[in-house]
Design a protein around this ligand. Sequence first.
Ligand code: 3HC
Length: 693
Amino acid sequence: METVRLARLGEIAIATIDNPPVNALGQALRADLARVITDAGSDPSVAAIVIAAAGRAFIAGADISEFGKPPVAPFLPDVLDAIETCTKPVVAAIQGAALGGGLEVALACHGRVASASAMLGLPEIKLGLIPGAGGTQRLPRLIGAAKAFPMMLSGEPVSAGKALELGLVDEVTGGDIVAAAVALAQTLVAGGAPEDGSDGPGRLTAADREAFEALATEAANKSGDMPNAMALIEAVRAAFTLPFTEGLATERALFMTLLADPRSKALRHVFFAEREIARVPGIDGAVKPRPIAKAAVIGAGTMGGGIAMCFANAGIPVTLIEQEQAQIDNGMNRVAAIYEMSVTRGSLTPQKRNERLALITPAVGLGAAADADIVIEAAFEEMGVKQQIFGALDGIAKPGALLASNTSYLDVPTIAAATKRPQDVLGMHFFSPANVMKLLEIVRPDGVADDAIVTAMALGRKLGKVPVVVGNGFGFVGNRMLEARTRATERLLVAGALPHEVDAALTGFGFKMGPCAMADLAGNDIGWRSRKARGQSAAVADAICEAGWFGQKTGRGYFLYPDGARTGQRDPEVEALIARVSQEKGVTRRSFSADEILSRLLDPMVNEGARILEEGIAARPGDIDVIWLNGYNWPAWRGGPMHWADTIGLGAIVARLEAQAAETGDKALEPAPLLRRLAAKGKGFADLKATTA
Ligand code: 3HC
């Protein structure tokens, strides 16, 4: 099937790209586009060519799924060269998204018209890359490097209006985009054959170079672990220092090197995993969500207030419910204070703050949930409390309303059993702070209706979250794996590592925070209470809590936080306490390298992830990766725990887990059967097919 349709409007040839879903520049499209340009270019009856597109995007860029496979001609730079050197004017009619290679196609054209709703950008940086088909050479020539460089460095698209202001497009139209492009093409024809503008310096002036170099220095200082920012600087600099064709060659060489970098591979994995989560195994894509016009949140604590803010921020009216007036007053004050902070920081206007606050109605008593299309319970994490609330809601909520619990650990079917409508009951696990964190685990117990899950997914996206459907089971996916890491931290401390060493291994890996600093931030008493409730112990963590060192809120935990400091300092007393625990357990402490600490923290998580997959709690390894990236600050360029495991090799992880299990006698460290099976076949998690959640 052809991916480009050719039509004629008088002497103008109109090439319409039609390669669903988003006109990515796969091999077939590149070949068809090259052929159409060559044919129309050599047809004496054609005076100019318009490149238009069908569907929701102009062109979404190179086909990312082809990256990593052997490249097949024609290559995009050659297609763009054919467009640019065409003796007849070529005009891009940009509607929807023109991203990456898509914008590079438009840049190679001789004129560009955009529809008012178009978005234009070079997002390659987000995939660990830089533009690879002339973007770093053509964009600076067109709009100046001082404007082009920040666009490529952030990867954020600009609106059509902004593109016009930047000089990136010649015209913006609210009307028929193809008609506007044809009109521009006719103007260009009347003005004679287009010049090949690529040779000239364009806006690359000395002043522009100076401004670019200042931005480049700033970017180089911030570039961290990603090599592509440095490559981008080099490529844009080449636009000033090298002739156009040599600049293109420099860019391409840098692009190809980055393409082979494991960090880009990880980011590409994340791109597809974040899209795959929308497909829930076992649920037909045609199932429609229920309408959600009004919400209610039960419990105005930190979590409930944060969830109510998510609704208000998305423009959905929400009733925030407590048992007593004083509690709801406190809750509303907390919400107002958070909005006030945003106003002070300048990220929210006072008017928007007022609008959002007006969408939250405080109420006392569950009766206020009667008109809500969804009720989210964010009350105390105790089964009795939840069952009582859901039992009452059964008699209050309107038929078909979704009843969701924000539980982090509890059994959702047991909560649902308190109602006579299990088809409407599910888990919606938000992460703290709920108004900030992107992750939303949607817990799908047996018996819940498919359209309830679809509704929760659609709502999650509307709230700006990354919703991932998970199966029911203690701690679901994220917290269950976190617990494996928490146990590993305790084991390391007893065996000889110190809190700052454990944390440094993880921050060195790319996390913003290590497990000890994280526990101090969340409050050590939370885990302590939960262990006690389950009859479990952790000698070091328990002793720290018994001393009253609950973390930042008490000024000390694993670390010291003098005078309200946010970053902890080493605490000799805690280190002595840890040494004492080791002694009591008869452990001879030894030192651990950062690499050893890392594998001891992460391998058990991967093992737990494998069990989660076997049990069907997560549908795909990529779902687990998306959860860890969006809820637990796993560095995106490491691709998530399951992708990371594949890069290490499952055989190596099995061997390390076996050694740890033998050393500690801890059965939980024995490799999961799935891990063993995959390792034995020399396979990775990426080789698994989706299972039912
Ligand atoms: N390559 C391959 N597949 C792509 C793709 C691409 N560039 N862009 C989107 N898709 C696929 C998605 O995987 C998804 O597939 P699925 O339905 O099977 O899951 C489908 O298209 C729809 O994508 P979205 O769900 O993201 O659709 P939206 O309507 O929400 O968003 C979009 C559309 C804004 C175009 C968004 O898809 C997007 O941002 N795409 C990626 C843009 C990008 O990064 N381009 C740069 C590529 S690198 C490049 O061009 C290098 C060059 O310089 C040489």
